[in-house]
Ligand binder design. Structure first.
Ligand code: AMP
Ligand code: GLY
Length: 423
C-alpha cells in the first residue's frame, strides 16, 4: 500500500486527495498544508507548499512513496528536482520544464520557435522600448509580466492609457517584483476560452476532458480577476474532433519541443486556449492541474489516478487506457466577503450536512476546530454537482448552494448559464 503526499491546500488539492484516496493502492494519504476537507480524508502536515526542504524531510520521515504537487510555485522553485535527487517519486515537471508556466517569455519563445499556434507577441526587457511599441500599436493589447504573479500579471488593455499603466506598474513600479523585469505584449484575440489539460510522460500525451473556468469575481464577467469562481466540464463548444486537433497541433508538438530543448516535460500540461475563427490558440501554459478545473474534471475520471500518475512517472503512459464518465459537472466557488480584495476569516460554515447525497464539496480556505469547520481563506469551498447534461448539473448545484452558509459568503449565479442553454 502506498503512502501519498499531496502538496498544497486549495480546492484542487482537496480534489486530488479525494480522488487518490479512492485508489485501492493507497494506504495513507497526507496533505501539506491541506485544509479541513483534506483533514477529513487523510492527515494534514503543517508545512507550507513553498517549504521544499521541510517537505522533502517530511517525505523521508513518513516514508512517502509518491508526492503529487498541486500549485505552480513549488514546481517553479524546483521541488521535483529536489525530491528526485533524494529518490522520492514525484509527479510534476522539473524546474527547467516548469518554465513553460513560470516564464511567459520562455513559453512565448518556445511557441514561436516551434510554430505552436498562439497570439502574436513581442518580448521586451526595456520599459522605453515597450512603451514605444504600445504607442505604435492600436489597442486592445495584452500586457503580460514574465514571471509568476498569482494570476494578476496579465492585463487586457482596452486603451493605450491602460496598456501604458500596466507596463509602468510592472516594469517601473515593480508591483510583481522581478516577475516584471520582462513583459510580453500580445495581440488581443476574441473567442471563447477553454482549458485542455493532458497527462504526459514526455513522449505520450493523453488529453483529459476539457473544462471552462470563470476568472472574474462577479456575474457577467464583471469585477476583478480571482483565482477562479467556478467552472464546468465539458465545454459545449469543444467537439472531440477539436480536442484531437488541439492534441496534435498544440499539446504533442509542445511536449516534443520541450524534449528538443533539453527540458523533457512530465506531469500535467495545461493549455489555456482561445477558440475562435482563427482556430485554437494558446494564451498560456500551466505546469499543473487547474483550479477550479480539477474540481469539475477529476470527478469525471473513472480510471485510477494513481495508475495514471505512476505510468506518467515511469514513462508507460502509452500502456494506459484512461476512462472518463459522460456526465457533466458544474462547480461553483463560495468566497469570503471582499475576496479577491481584503477579507476576514474564522466564520463558522453551516449547512454542509444538508446537501443532496451526490453533491461534492471541495474545501479551499477552511480549517477544522472543535468539531466545526471555519472559513480560513478567500475562496472557501467549491460545490460540485453532476448530471446527464450541463443544464441538470447546473440546476442541482444552484439548488444546493443556498443551504450552505457563512458570514458574508458570495458566489456567482451564472456559472455554466450560457452552456446550459445551448445543450
Ligand atoms: P493568462 O494568464 O495568460 O491565461 O491570461 C489571463 C487571461 O487574460 C486569460 O484567461 C484571458 O482571458 C486573457 N488573455 C490572455 N491573453 C490574451 C490574448 N492574447 N487575447 C485575449 N485575451 C487574453
Ligand atoms: N483555472 C486557472 C488555473 O488553474 O490557472
Amino acid at each position: 500500500m502506498l503512502k501519498v503526499l499531496v502538496v498544497g491546500g486549495g480546492g484542487r488539492e482537496h480534489t486530488l486527495v479525494w480522488k487518490l484516496a479512492q485508489s485501492p493502492k493507497v494506504g495513507e494519504i497526507y496533505a501539506a498544508p491541506g485544509n479541513a476537507g483534506t483533514a477529513l480524508i487523510g492527515c494534514n502536515l503543517s508545512i507550507a507548499a513553498s517549504d521544499i526542504g521541510a517537505l522533502a524531510e517530511a517525505a523521508e520521515l513518513y516514508g512517502i512513496d509518491l508526492v503529487v504537487v498541486g500549485p505552480e510555485a513549488p514546481l517553479a522553485a524546483g521541488i521535483v528536482d529536489s525530491l528526485q535527487s533524494r529518490g522520492i517519486p514525484v509527479f510534476g515537471p522539473t524546474q527547467a520544464a516548469a518554465q513553460i508556466e513560470s516564464s511567459k517569455v520562455f513559453a512565448k519563445e518556445l511557441m514561436q520557435d516551434y510554430a505552436i499556434p498562439c497570439p502574436q507577441g513581442v518580448v521586451f526587457s526595456s520599459y522605453r522600448a515597450a512603451r514605444d511599441y504600445v504607442h505604435r500599436h492600436p489597442p486592445p493589447l495584452v500586457i503580460k509580466a514574465d514571471g509568476l504573479a498569482a494570476g494578476k500579471g496579465v492585463t487586457v488593455a482596452r486603451s493605450t492609457e491602460e496598456a501604458l499603466k500596466a507596463l509602468s506598474e510592472a516594469m517601473e513600479g515593480r508591483v510583481f517584483g522581478d516577475a516584471g523585469n520582462r513583459v510580453v505584449i500580445e495581440e488581443c484575440l476574441a473567442g471563447r476560452e477553454a482549458s485542455l489539460l493532458a497527462f504526459t510522460d514526455g513522449r505520450t500525451v493523453v488529453p483529459m476532458v476539457p473544462a471552462c473556468d470563470y476568472k472574474t469575481a462577479f456575474d457577467g464577467d464583471q469585477g476583478p480577476n480571482t483565482g477562479g469562481m467556478g467552472g464546468y466540464s465539458p465545454p459545449e463548444f469543444l467537439s472531440p474532433e477539436l480536442i484531437s486537433d488541439i492534441t496534435s497541433t498544440i499539446l504533442e508538438p509542445t511536449v516534443k519541443a520541450m524534449e528538443r530543448e533539453g527540458k523533457p516535460y512530465k506531469g500535467v500540461l495545461y493549455a489555456g486556449l482561445m477558440l475562435g475563427d482563427h482556430g485554437p490558440r494558446v494564451l498560456e501554459f500551466n505546469a499543473r492541474f487547474g483550479d477550479p478545473e480539477s474540481q469539475v474534471t477529476l470527478p469525471r475520471l473513472k480510471s485510477d489516478l494513481v495508475d495514471i500518475i505512476l505510468a506518467t512517472i515511469n514513462g508507460s503512459l502509452d500502456q494506459m487506457r484512461i476512462e472518463w464518465s459522460s456526465q457533466a459537472c458544474v462547480g461553483v466557488v463560495m468566497a469570503s466577503a471582499g475576496y479577491p480584495g481584503a477579507y476576514q476569516t474564522g466564520f463558522p460554515i453551516s449547512g454542509l450536512d444538508e446537501l443532496d447525497d451526490d453533491i461534492l464539496i471541495f474545501h479551499a480556505g477552511t480549517k477544522l476546530g472543535q468539531g466545526q469547520i471555519y472559513t480560513d481563506g478567500g475562496r472557501v469551498l467549491t460545490v460540485v454537482a453532476s448530471g446527464e447534461t450541463l443544464a441538470q448539473a447546473r440546476e442541482r448545484v444552484y439548488l444546493n448552494l443556498p443551504r450552505i452558509h457563512f458570514e458574508g459568503c458570495h458566489y456567482r449565479r451564472d456559472i455554466a448559464a450560457r452552456a446550459a442553454q445551448t445543450r
